[in-house]
Design a binder for this molecule. Structure first.
Ligand SMILES: [Ca+2]
Length: 426
């Protein structure tokens, strides 16, 4: 799927204007000025030290090479959506739910024959949408959705102080009649946001039944409040929450529950704007993509209690100070790519575990929002500590805002041309 030249130009303009969903401020934001490197501008600092390579285990096989992939419209008969940001298949009901950044959730047949989308929830009146990165950003279903009909949202809230809300709502009806009751909201977590950008927004249940939530550093250029390295704030972290009762609580086996001054909800920290994390459905590994400042985009394999470096480091480079930073105790990325040549902000994807494309199994896919490039890396090798390099597997020209995974493990790309694409292997 090649984009029209006009779309590519638009993507470049968007990059220059910093309007990617996961990364940048917008004209209405109260954030300090933050500019993105224009494509081709030599702005990235030189890394001050070579990244220490992980130690490969004995006789570890070399990373595998992924196949080239393509994308094709998954629901060619459907309308387009306003900035689609998340999609989930409803198990056993033959439908999917899609969240648009403006606050609407649609339901449609999870089938190439789908020809109609119904509005399942209109949350626009509750959603603050002033900043480019604000809005409805997360949608996930309870692991026991078939029984309890609970739906979880992450949104930036309209009215009152600028804040992110994680809430639970109840669905009524099934299949194409599924609706989400707007009067059923139970707030699980509220987090004040100093600026409009870097809101994170992913919400997903882990294999342990806990709800994981991504929060960015609160916004502004360079993390002016120092939230990334501050365990006393939820900002700049991936949280692990017990949501079996409301409000959410920190599970007692979280890594910082006995650390003085630390928020017990934190699972890992040192993130700038984790724009999409996912769990490998086979191994349970947590993969996150963290949007960089001006120079490096990164992919992290997240372990409990890990410090992923921001704002001491951006990717594998020192950020503060720009040379000779103290890297002790910091987790380095599994993979990085430079924020140039049309790239502006990483969008994390999934480890492919579906059956349709055997050659793609075990590869972690991720993309750049501006360039529409998709890369793959050998997840098995990475988890064994074998150094891996991402392989470019597609040039889509799409503004890729998010990925989705259906119950069968097939992967989808959500693009800001308003369409959902399925991943194919030619
Ligand atoms: Ca990092």
């Amino acid at each position: 799927m090649r984009a029209l030249p006009a779309l590519a130009l638009l993507a470049l303009l968007l990059a220059a204007c910093g309007s990617e969903p996961g990364a940048s401020p917008d004209a209405h934001s109260s954030a300090p000025a933050e500019t993105r490197t224009a494509p081709g501008e030599p702005a990235e600092p030189t890394p001050t030290s070579a990244p220490p390579a992980p130690t490969p285990t004995a006789a570890a096989p070399r990373p595998r090479t992924p196949p080239a992939i393509d994308v094709a419209p998954a629901y060619p008969g459907l309308r387009t959506f306003e900035r689609p940001i998340a999609m989930v298949e409803v198990p056993g009901e033959g439908v999917a739910l899609l969240a648009a950044q403006d606050g609407r959730i649609f339901v449609f047949e999870h089938s190439a024959e789908a020809d109609a989308a119904e509005l399942a929830l209109d949350w626009r009146g509750r959603t603050r949408r002033e900043g480019n990165e604000e809005g409805l950003l997360g949608l996930t279903l309870d692991p026991d959705f078939a029984e309890n009909r609970w739906v979880y949202l992450y949104y930036t809230a309209a009215g009152g102080p600028r804040r992110s809300v994680v809430a639970r709502l109840r669905a009524t009806g099934t299949g194409m009649s599924l609706r989400i009751d707007p009067d059923s909201e139970v707030v699980l977590l509220e987090v004040e946001q100093p600026y409009s950008n870097h809101n994170g927004g992913q919400t997903l249940f882990g294999p342990d039944g806990m709800l994981y939530v991504a929060l960015g550093d609160g916004g502004g250029a360079g993390d002016p409040q120092g939230n990334g390295q501050n365990l006393g704030t939820l900002l700049g972290s991936i949280l692990r929450l017990d949501v079996r009762s409301a409000p959410a609580t920190a599970p007692p086996d979280n890594p910082f529950t006995s650390t003085e001054g630390a928020r017990p909800e934190i699972w890992a920290y040192g993130f700038r704007n984790p724009w999409r994390f996912t769990f490998d459905r086979e191994t349970g590994d947590l993969w996150a993509a963290d949007v960089g400042q001006n120079s490096w985009e990164e992919v992290d394999l997240v372990r409990p209690g890990g410090n992923y470096g921001w704002n001491v480091m951006e990717g594998r480079a020192c950020f503060r100070p720009p040379t000779g930073c103290d890297q002790r105790g910091l987790e380095l990325p599994v993979a990085v790519y430079p924020t140039r040549d049309g790239n502006c902000a990483v969008t994390g994807g999934y480890v492919y575990r579906g059956d349709a494309h055997p050659a793609l199994r075990g590869f972690y896919l991720f993309a750049d929002y501006c360039s529409g490039r998709i890369w793959a890396l050998d997840a098995e090798a990475a988890r064994r500590g074998v150094p891996v390099e991402p392989t470019l597997v597609a040039e889509t020209g799409l503004s890729i805002a998010s990925f989705a995974e259906d119950k069968a493990g097939e992967l989808y790309v959500l693009a800001f041309d308003g369409r959902v694409y399925r991943i194919t292997v030619p």
